[in-house]
Ligand binder design. Structure first.
Ligand SMILES: Cc1ncc(COP(=O)(O)O)c(C=O)c1O
Length: 452
């Protein structure tokens, strides 16, 4: 359904549209890339070019584009009742069924869910619930929130304050007081003599030292992405996540697993926390919950926390669209596809290992400093001629190489000096081959064009 020409749209875009996380001068100098259509792992732009979407939209279109099951479920729900709130002792069918379905899929102790519209809101909801929970239990001094460097948790004031990326916090003079940042296990970025496992151990020691220095009795919760995504696909070294979980237990700090990217199959499990048996007190998710077909976020509570909240009187929190029936219907249909097509075991046993083998084939490439990944997420650290020590802090290699790879027919994400890749769960062997062929051609061009 295109009514306007590409040129007309670009002119209107320039005149009226403020994009998320965008340098607008750069955007309009290059010209907005207009995407028109999607099918499976592919999108078509308005010039008619077909591109392999190596980022599943924004780490979210897990079942691929154009799924009839979701489209029909949304249409059915909209015809019946497009929206009715879950306020005022009322609800519709879809969010109730979705909460029950999440309880069925999640670790057994995670029993209750409240909904929102995004990952940021799911995390913001978790923060407020944690503060209320500690007040109800008679520990109102527990108000501080601990997160890690390179973490990404969202864009509200509080979730930006949890985000460990200065590019997100500095423009707004954040973090707010009461947000404590401990080192995340980004071994490659640390320039250390330690091995990744030793560096992970050092991060744990430093985390506990900082918690003790803050006074554990003032700390409410720690938020943890099992694999840090937007901060650069940071895969935890062995022993690190269980160690972090143990520190939180020791100090009575609630452990919140932020599964906005890792939930619903990207790591070859319904939820990433199960891969390390983390038993989080709270789990947040969004993205893959509906494969991005409609906005929805979920905050999932343990039986114990839910009991305290449900017994605590009036729950003074909720968005107009908490439990939006049409978004919940999309999520139910999406989960139906994941189950019916057995996509998660397929990622775990076939596509994840194949994706990793193709990704790691790039490790000897002269433009590559390090390869990391797990199942369907991967990162390629880029180096210029001269290697890692020649990196210029003013030059954003990720953006440059992302542009070259897009010219070669695939969409990946540039972050600092790295490329992140994370396709839909429905990706085939041939599509993984196509994706990494395009990535390799992009890397070759980067070397050639930069004279490296
Ligand atoms: C781990 C994580 N948490 C939270 C968010 C925020 O989600 P949203 O952009 O839907 O608000 C993101 C988004 O990328 C994320 O990756």
């Amino acid at each position: 359904m295109t009514v306007f020409s590409a040129d007309h749209l670009r002119a209107l875009d320039r005149a009226h549209y403020i994009h998320p996380y965008t340098d607008h001068e750069h955007l309009h100098a290059a010209g907005t890339h207009l995407i028109q259509r999607g099918e499976g792992c592919w999108v078509w732009d308005m010039e008619g070019r077909r591109l392999m979407d190596g980022l599943a939209g924004l780490w979210c279109v897990n079942v691929g584009y154009g799924r009839r099951e979701i489209i029909e479920a949304v249409e059915r729900q909209m015809r019946e009742v497009a929206f009715y709130p879950s306020f005022f002792n009322t609800a519709t069918e879809a969010p109730i069924r979705l909460a029950a379905k999440i309880a069925e899929l999640a670790p057994e102790h995670l029993t209750h869910t409240t909904f929102s519209n995004s990952g940021s809101e799911a995390n913001e909801t978790a923060i407020k619930a944690v503060l209320w929970y500690h007040r109800l239990r008679g520990e109102p001094a527990r108000r501080k929130i601990v997160t890690r460097t390179w973490a990404y948790h969202g864009v509200t004031l509080a979730t930006t304050s949890m985000t460990g990326l200065t590019s997100c916090t500095e423009p707004f003079g954040l973090p707010l007081p009461g947000f404590v940042q401990v080192p995340g296990p980004y071994h490659y970025g640390a320039n250390t003599e330690m091995s990744p496992v030793e560096y992970g151990r050092w991060c744990l020691q430093e985390t506990e030292r900082m918690i003790v220095a803050e006074d554990p009795a003032t700390i409410a919760a720690m938020f943890v992405e099992p694999v840090q995504g937007a901060g650069g696909v940071i895969v935890p070294p062995e022993g690190y996540l269980p160690g972090l979980r143990e520190i939180c237990r020791r100090h009575g700090i609630l452990f919140v697993a932020d599964e906005v990217i890792s939930g619903f199959g990207r790591l070859g499990a319904w939820f990433g926390n199960t891969l390390w048996d983390l038993q989080p007190d709270i789990m947040t998710t969004a993205k893959g919950l509906s494969s991005g077909y409609l906005p929805i976020g979920a905050t999932v509570f343990s039986r114990d926390i839910a009991a305290a909240l449900l017994g605590g009187g009036y729950f003074a929190h909720g968005f107009t669209y908490s439990g939006h029936p049409t978004a919940a219907a999309a999520a139910l249909a999406n989960i139906g596809i994941l189950e019916h097509d057995q996509l998660i075991p397929a990622v775990r046993d076939q596509m994840g290992p194949y994706f990793q083998s193709k990704l790691h084939e790039l490790s000897g490439h002269p433009a590559v400093g390090e390869i990391r990944g797990m199942q369907l997420v991967g990162a390629i650290e880029l180096v210029p001629k001269g290697g890692k020590s020649a990196l210029d802090p003013k030059i954003f290699l990720g953006g440059k190489v992302m542009g070259l790879i897009r010219q070669e027919g695939a969409i990946v994400r540039g972050i600092r000096n790295l490329i992140a890749v994370s396709p839909a769960l429905v990706v085939t062997h041939e599509e993984v081959d196509y994706l990494f062929d395009a990535v390799r051609r992009g890397l070759n061009r980067f070397l050639h064009e930069s004279g490296a």
